[in-house]
Design a protein around this ligand. Structure first.
Ligand code: NAD
Length: 499
């Protein structure tokens, strides 16, 4: 049964979170927040001014002084508490995600669970921050390295993972001793405020985690703020490039993850049913609004016709509906505008399944769609559609398939389906993408590896979370130390040499 959502008497106001408190926006500029399953507005979020962003940065700057002094043991203890709270309340968080983003509850729970894995990784922070020590590097001299936090760091996040992507950032940043300012997507901002309340309840000191909502004004204020040392960004490629260029021009460390167009290659020897199950799951899960969604199927040789038939059989069985209904498998898109843009790709190419038919009337729904015979140069082939539209391109050989993957301006994820281990290994060697799946359609790395693409899918040289996340949020220092007998001291103007 679909739960009925009462129309709110007054629109819910979503506030900033600064210095450990909820703070109403003062700019007068606001954005609507919808329940995409009903199409009705459920809240509104105030957009921050430059001064409000500065207030959050000042709170974070003040908190950094004491937060960086908290021992690793106490920080780890706090992370275990955070882990327990998120784990206990993940259903609550999932409902918030579903009612603002639209993804179905099981998917929303999966999002929280994958974010939780990053928090669990951070519980090991004393080990992660261990450094190196070389005794007697030179006679009587020891050398050791330490990693220290950067200071105030910021995260700017997209609408499609309103809980998990912020967790990729704030968890390692805070574990490493930094303080954090989050600018979440204005389309589904409640998860970040919920997170702020939970972190406070877990015992995180005020000012260590702050949230400012908003649009370009808030983003630019972050990118220009002299007290912000580093910026992590996840979103579309044009904005990622902009953020990277502006942040680095302002002297900040920056990692900016962009969009994607992920190809899944199916070789003639692949198991057709397994490949069809994988393609349907990876193309239509979360209504295709995942940066790791499969959006292009590259069918090699004779596999194309039976594979397409198997996919066409599965599509009508995908239950499209309100994400709060536990039987729904695919929810709506994020906004009406985005739904219309995605639907416009169905005006070109050989459309085999048109999702404009058979989808719920209210809300921002588009049912799973399938287009055959797409080729480079066509709009639906080139663009990141970010919706439930799977394109198929047919090629004759493995080499042609790999060329398509490697000629893409994006390089986030890619996958190959085959029973031939030798070809799979060759693909892992050849593919120009940051994350490769072998018979795995959505190869999102586990939390103790790092996540990130190549080419237009990542600007910067550090992937996010995992070991590279720890590197990103710390900077190295090397100490050379000696405790000689002062009686042996003398002036020596030569360049120091090891002895
Ligand atoms: P988006 O680029 O529109 O927005 C991302 C963030 O940038 C938001 O916080 C938004 O407020 C801000 N922003 C938007 N326009 C801006 C502008 N002109 N100037 C400054 N800031 C601006 O992305 P989205 O639509 O929220 O999210 C979907 C995109 O994110 C897709 O392209 C998807 O592939 C990508 N994404 C990538 C990854 C990854 O890991 N590579 C993960 C998730 C999503």
């Amino acid at each position: 049964m679909t739960e009925t959502i009462e129309a709110p008497a007054a629109l819910r106001q979503i506030n900033h979170w600064i210095g450990g408190h909820s703070v109403a926006g003062t700019s007068g500029r606001k954005g609507p927040v919808y329940n995409p399953a009903t199409g009705r507005q459920s809240g509104e979020v105030g957009f921050a001014t430059v001064e409000e962003v500065d207030a959050a940065v000042q709170a974070a700057k003040a908190a950094f002084v004491t937060w960086r002094e908290v021992s690793l043991a106490k920080r780890a203890e706090l992370f275990f508490r955070i882990r327990e709270l998120v784990h206990e309340r993940r259903d609550e968080m999932a409902r918030i995600l579903t009612s603002e983003h639209g993804k179905v509850l099981s998917d929303a729970t999966g999002e929280v669970t994958r974010g939780l894995e990053v928090i669990e990784f951070c519980c090991g922070l004393p080990t992660l921050l261990k450094s190196e020590f070389s005794e007697q590097a030179s006679t009587g001299i020891d050398v050791y390295s330490i990693r220290q936090p950067l200071g105030v760091v910021a995260g700017i996040t997209p609408f499609n993972f309103p809980a998990m992507v912020p967790m990729w950032m704030w968890a390692p940043a805070i574990a490493c001793g930094n303080t954090f300012v989050l600018k979440p997507s204005e389309k589904d901002p409640s998860a970040s405020v919920w997170t702020a309340e939970l972190l406070k309840e877990a015992g995180l000191p005020d000012g260590v985690f702050n949230v400012v909502h908003g649009d370009k004004v808030a983003v630019d204020a972050v990118l220009e703020h002299p007290d912000i040392a580093a910026v992590s960004f996840v979103g579309s490629t044009p904005i990622a490039r902009y953020v990277y260029e502006k942040a680095t021009a302002n002297g900040k460390r920056c990692q900016a993850l962009g969009g994607a167009k992920n190809h899944m290659i199916v070789l003639p020897d692949a198991d057709i049913d397994m490949a069809a199950d994988a393609a349907v799951s990876a193309a239509y899960g979360s209504a295709g609004e995942r940066c790791m969604a499969v959006s292009m199927l590259v069918a090699v040789g004779a596999v194309a016709d039976p594979l397409i038939e198997a996919i066409k059989e599965r599509i009508p069985k995908v239950k499209v509906g309100d994400g709060l209904d536990p039987s729904s498998e695919m929810g709506p898109l994020i906004t009406r505008e985005h739904r219309e843009k995605v639907a416009s790709y169905l005006d070109e190419g050989k459309v085999l399944v048109d999702g404009r038919e058979n989808c719920p009337d209210e809300g921002f729904f588009l049912a799973p769609s399938l287009i055959d015979d797409l080729k480079p140069g066509m709009r639906a082939y080139e663009d990141e559609i970010f919706g439930p539209v799977l394109g198929v391109t047919r090629v004759d050989t493995y080499d042609e398939a790999v060329r398509l993957v490697n000629e893409s301006p994006y390089g986030n994820g890619t996958a190959i389906f085959t029973r031939d281990g030798g070809v799979a290994r060759q693909f892992e060697f050849d593919a120009q993408a940051g994350m490769v799946g072998i018979n795995v359609p959505i190869p999102v790395p586990v939390a103790y590896y790092s996540f990130g693409g190549w080419k237009g899918s990542l600007f910067g040289d550090r992937h996010i979370y995992g070991p590279e996340g720890i590197d990103f949020y710390t900077r190295g220092k090397v100490v050379t130390s000696r405790w000689p007998d002062p009686a042996t001291s003398k002036v020596d103007l030569g360049f120091p040499q090891t002895r």
